[in-house]
Design a protein around this ligand. Structure first.
Ligand code: SF4
Ligand code: SF4
Length: 319
């Protein structure tokens, strides 16, 4: 594909966040791609799982006017005692409800961007990146399922001297990695569950392709010195937090990838995303699951046993 053709590519994006400080150095403009091959039971961005454009509904701001119900051409919306409900099986994504809701309680999720349009948006934040040593981070969803777009976008970023970070589940093809890695300064690599069967049960996919991707990224780093690699593991009650799993990940990093990455971030579970599940009419599987301070102290002991892995903790909200 010629460079000019790549600029006409589109990708579906559900959020662009400026001044983010958790996804790489400095102030980041974080681009969230819509669509993911995994379906993690605890996903904190459920609006990024489906590739399709969707709506979500904030019933707390709904004034009960029922304009949306009257507007919907196929009766996919109903007013209930719990607020507006949508039948997603019949909704065809016309978004008339979102356009007519007077309180913006119904919002459209997912917009198609060309590389050029996304660059224009990102360049608005360039002064913040330049003064903070920041850049752009692509995440999702899984940006690796848009390889041509990600490659073209990162190439444009490099032309504009913008630092690039690629946040990936690793469930991507070798072809995709070959396109993105030459333009990535940093990779955030998620390692969630090492047991094949448990991974399939909790995320919908096994770990073989993920481990293959990791080997490819590490091999690329060995040969080129970039991209830098940081690991991330979501620590989820009853799903990823058993000692056996954390030790299996630690063992892999220690035995296979020592010296090839800067740190391993353990992202502690919190239920901040619960409201998103309500808005999407999806089931949140972690009701009443919370970490206490003593749970956190217990989990953080792993740091003492693996000092060489440069373990960092994030996201813990004291209950
Ligand atoms: S149009 Fe908006 S405010 Fe009115 S009932 Fe529907 S969601 Fe609520
Ligand atoms: S997007 Fe269209 S079809 Fe779907 S609920 Fe809204 S008005 Fe109805």
């Amino acid at each position: 594909m010629k460079p000019r053709e790549k600029e006409n590519l589109t990708a579906r994006i559900f959020k662009i966040e400026s001044l983010n400080t958790h996804n790489g150095p400095g102030y980041r403009t974080v681009v969230y791609f819509k669509g993911c091959p995994l379906k993690c039971a605890w996903c904190h961005n459920p609006e990024g799982i489906s590739k399709k454009q969707e709506i979500w509904i904030t019933n707390s701001t709904c004034i009960g006017c029922e304009t949306c119900v009257e507007t919907c051409p196929i009766d996919a919306l109903t007013m209930t005692v719990d607020g507006i409900k949508i039948d997603r099986d019949i909704c065809d994504g016309c978004f008339r409800c979102a356009e007519t809701c007077p309180t913006k309680s119904i919002e459209k999720l997912g917009e198609d961007f060309t590389v050029e349009r996304l660059m224009e948006r990102v360049l608005e934040d360039k002064p913040f990146m330049d003064t903070s040593g920041g850049g752009v981070t692509i995440t999702g969803g899984e940006p690796g399922i848009f390889p041509d777009f990600a490659e073209a976008f990162f190439r444009k970023c490099k032309e504009n001297s913008i630092h690039t970070a690629f946040d990936t589940s690793g469930y991507v093809s070798e072809n995709s990695l070959k396109k993105i890695l030459p333009y990535a300064d940093l990779v955030f690599f998620d390692l969630k569950i090492m047991n094949e069967e448990k991974a399939k049960k909790m995320t919908g996919k096994g770990v073989k392709l993920i481990l293959k991707s990791l080997a490819i990224i590490a091999g690329y780093f060995k040969n080129h010195g970039t991209p830098a690699i940081q690991f991330r593991t979501p620590v989820i009650p009853g799903s990823t937090d058993d000692l056996e799993n954390l030790q299996a990940i630690a063992g892999l990093l220690e035995n296979e990838y020592a010296g090839l990455f800067s740190n391993w971030e353990l992202c502690m579970f919190n239920d901040i995303c619960e409201d998103k599940y309500r808005k999407m009419n999806m089931t949140w599987n972690y009701n009443d699951k919370k970490y206490s301070s003593s749970d956190f102290i217990e989990i953080s002991r792993i740091k003492e046993n693996y000092l060489n892995l440069n373990i960092e903790f994030s996201g813990f909200v004291s209950q």
